[in-house]
Design a protein around this ligand. Structure first.
Ligand code: GUN
Length: 283
């Protein structure tokens, strides 16, 4: 294997230790950052994510309150809960785990979250601020991706970053962040004509489509930095969008799944919750 592994687990652990020190300092000033996590229904993957978020709060000294709601809850009831949390002085960040059941309008729920408490960075105002380069809550997975790329020390400015996937949660915001860092950015998706021709141009390749092992050795330029955001279950095993063993023979750096981007997503959520608490309470 040629590539160096970018160890998200180790990076996240160190980052959380620093966060804990900052949280403790804020607690000394009489403010404990608080995060509300709302889960609707029993989707197993969502349950795992939510449990991970609660655990990370415990680790970093952040107060957390979990709301586990029945899948048939009325939209109006969920909106009322969000409104109550908007007003709750002990809660600085609100996260509603997606996806929501089909009978609930996701956009309406995201719109209802106070933009001061939008620690996911999904509110249209946060998305708009990101796209015009104003300070805002950065969405957690894209922010974690940038931190991992920067951890290689290779730099982003002037590099050609190719992103596979155009979701609102990862592809689009990560493109915005890379553009702000002066990369040349290409976004590919399911209708891209020749994916390999595009991905082979990448100095930095980010893959976030949710198709196991889509990206193989022949898609990757020698020496590229490869970030795998995929989380797929294959025969019960968690696996990424990149065929790791093969691609690691040509890449310079690569993230594993699990243990790459995943731990960083939750860590950036803790960061945003701390930032929200500072903004709301310390004046
Ligand atoms: N579902 C998948 N990823 C996320 C995320 O980062 N935040 C929320 N709220 N839901 C998700």
């Amino acid at each position: 294997m040629k590539a160096q592994i970018i160890d998200g687990k180790v990076y996240a652990k160190t980052y959380r230790e620093t966060l804990k020190t900052e949280v403790d300092a804020l607690v000394q000033q009489g403010v404990q950052p608080g995060l509300a996590v709302v889960l609707v229904g029993e989707d197993p993957a969502s349950q795992t994510y939510v449990n991970g978020k609660i655990k990370a709060c415990e680790e970093t000294g952040i107060y957390s309150k979990a709301f586990r709601l029945q899948s048939d809850i009325a939209e109006s009831e969920l909106l009322a809960l969000v409104e109550e949390l908007n007003q709750d002085p002990n809660i600085h960040g609100i996260l509603v785990q997606l996806p929501l059941p089909a009978h609930i309008n996701e956009d309406a729920v995201i719109d209802a979250i106070s933009k001061e408490k939008d620690v996911d960075g999904f509110h249209p105002v946060s998305v708009g601020n990101l796209s015009i380069g104003k300070e805002t809550f950065l969405p957690c997975t894209p922010h974690g991706v940038i931190k991992l790329i920067e951890s290689t020390g290779l730099g982003i400015a002037g590099k050609h970053a190719v992103i596979v996937g155009r979701s609102n949660i990862v592809g689009k915001p990560v493109a915005m962040l890379l553009l702000q860092k002066n990369a040349t950015v290409t976004i590919c998706h399911s209708r891209t004509k020749d994916l390999g021709e595009m991905t082979r141009q990448a100095d930095i390749l980010i893959v976030a489509v949710g198709v196991a092992h889509l990206i193989k050795k022949e898609h990757v330029k020698e020496g590229a930095v490869v970030i795998d955001v995929g989380m797929n279950r294959v025969d019960g095993k968690l696996t990424g969008d990149v065929l790791f063993d093969e691609v690691a023979e040509v890449a310079s750096y690569i993230t594993p799944v699990p243990g790459g981007v995943g731990p960083m997503t939750i860590t950036m959520l803790m960061q945003n919750t701390l930032t929200a608490a500072k903004r709301i309470s310390v004046n």
